[in-house]
Design a protein around this ligand. Structure first.
Ligand SMILES: Cc1cc2nc3c(=O)[nH]c(=O)nc-3n(C[C@H](O)[C@H](O)[C@H](O)COP(=O)(O)OP(=O)(O)OC[C@H]3O[C@@H](n4cnc5c(N)ncnc54)[C@H](O)[C@@H]3O)c2cc1C
Length: 450
């Protein structure tokens, strides 16, 4: 089967490297000469191990160094509650942790003690990959530079026979839902049985396809980002992704090996670009001593939502062309890795009848994205901050059925139901539990939103 992937960002090269394990696929990837792929310092989830193993992408762990990578065991959230010193931790859990937790669930523990008890985040907080035993490393995830990670995946893909054209797609010729051929900037025409759209927010093959926006529930739609040298290694270079809430959004801190990726995610309905940049500069000055007024920041606008159908006819959207929520729980790369694994399974086991699986694929991907959305919304809904219009508006969105059900379990201290309730998606019961406990333990009163 001939496949053309358009777009050589992290999603495109991940797809090329992964699918090329299947020797029955003849794959070409096309990326513009002046590639515009996104790389801000990305935080990943443990699913990355499954993705690498499934497609045998790397023989050893030396790739971690080449992507400026560090380890990640937890996500930490500061200032999401009225109390500016409020903090909660989302550990990357395993089943073993879950069993241990179940045996102690009736003990009165707060989120930080629990995280420490089960997830060794404190004693491994500053350790480097070389310092720890490799089985521990495999439980967590990584911080990495997505542009360097793409380069590593590109090497794998090219070695496995993927053809690369450094050109732009100028035109897509369709008959109904079927893409017949594409036209490149040098007028060359290319045909394929399957086209993968990894063109990011350009969304080339899905431009006229309905997009379900989540912007009425998740207000952040912009980011201003920069990579910085470390000022204080002990404080900044930790095996955790820190999210620090500010007045109109929150700041990510993604510690890489040689520098740190920082960015302010904000809502353009509540603050303009200049004000956002000023707020970020002031925060970085007051907390870390950076003087950045004249530095060059990367500005990013994004849409939050999903294509209900990410596979239509012979076009499949993978990565930002298909969905984006916001980076607060590091789900961008993990979600497209799921897309690629699902697609690869269909092409491997049912190459001749793959079209029959399109509706099932679409539903699964849509459900994954929506389950992440439900979880992410709670970071705002449960906040009791009222010091800005942004926090008042974000915390006042209506709770949906699933969120209500889980909050009820928690409020009634029905932890057994909460932990055994059937949940699909990336974030399991323990993640929800930590979120509820974490935000609740930073509040004077119990959750009072229902
Ligand atoms: C603010 C922000 C923060 C993020 N943080 C995280 C994080 O912490 N963790 C995480 O997991 N994910 C994160 N992500 C998401 C992650 O960066 C992306 O999912 C990832 O980079 C994949 O992007 P992509 O390949 O889909 O698109 P892009 O990186 O945008 O790549 C698109 C590619 O398509 C090419 N292209 C476009 N048009 C054409 C054309 N006509 N012809 C040929 N080529 C074309 C471009 O040159 C580019 O190379 C973040 C995203 C944003 C916006």
């Amino acid at each position: 089967m001939r496949i053309i992937i358009v777009g050589g960002g992290t999603a495109g090269w991940s797809c090329a490297a992964a699918l090329s394990k299947n020797k029955n696929l003849d794959i070409t990837i096309i990326d513009a000469k002046d590639s515009s792929s996104i790389g801000v310092g990305e935080s990943t989830l443990p699913l990355i191990h499954q993705f690498h193993n499934k497609f045998r992408l790397f023989e050893d762990d030396s790739w971690i160094k080449r992507v400026n990578g560090t380890l990640k065991f937890t996500l930490e959230f500061e200032g999401f509650m009225k109390n500016s010193r409020s903090k909660w931790v989302h550990p990357l859990s395993t089943n073993k942790d879950y069993e241990q937790f179940m045996s102690l669930r009736n003990t009165q523990l707060d989120n930080l003690t629990l995280s420490d008890k089960f997830f060794y985040s404190q004693n491994l907080r500053n350790s480097s990959y070389n310092d720890i035993d490799k089985s521990s490393a495999r439980i967590g995830a990584f911080h990495l530079d997505a542009l360097l990670y793409s380069k590593e995946l590109k090497k794998v893909a090219l070695k496995r026979g993927v053809k690369f054209l450094e050109k732009s797609v100028k035109e897509i010729i369709k008959e109904g839902e079927i893409t017949k051929y594409i036209v490149l900037d040098d007028k060359e025409r290319l045909e394929a049985e399957l086209f993968i759209d990894s063109t990011g927010f350009k969304n080339l093959f899905f431009e006229n396809v309905p997009f379900e926006s989540f912007s009425n529930r998740l207000f952040c739609d912009k980011a201003v980002a920069i990579k910085l040298p470390y000022k204080d290694l002990k404080k900044q270079k930790i095996n955790a992704t820190l999210a620090k809430a500010l007045k109109n959004g929150w700041v990510w801190h993604v510690p890489l090996e040689n520098n740190i990726g920082v960015g302010y995610v904000y809502s353009s309905r509540h603050i303009n670009d200049d004000e956002a940049k000023k707020e970020l500069c002031l925060y970085l000055k007051n907390n870390y001593g950076y003087e950045l007024e004249n530095d060059k920041f990367l500005s990013l606008s994004y849409r939050v939502g999903v294509h209900k159908n990410s596979w239509i006819g012979n076009n499949v959207a993978i990565g930002l062309s298909s969905f984006f929520i916001e980076p607060i729980e590091s789900t961008g790369i993990a979600l497209f890795q799921i897309q690629i694994m699902e697609l690869a399974d269909i092409l491997e086991s049912n190459p001749r009848f793959y079209k029959n699986f399109i509706p099932k694929y679409n539903k699964r991907i849509y459900d994954y994205v929506c389950s992440v959305k439900d979880f992410i919304e709670m970071h705002y809904i449960l906040s009791n901050r009222d010091d800005s219009r942004f926090w008042i508006d974000s915390s006042n969105i209506e709770i949906n059925k699933l969120q209500n059900k889980i909050i009820n379990f928690y409020e009634k201290q029905n932890y057994s139901e909460l932990l055994n309730f059937s949940l699909s998606g990336i974030f399991g019961n323990l993640s929800w539990f930590h979120l509820l406990l974490g935000m609740d333990s930073n509040k004077d009163n119990n959750i009072d939103k229902c």
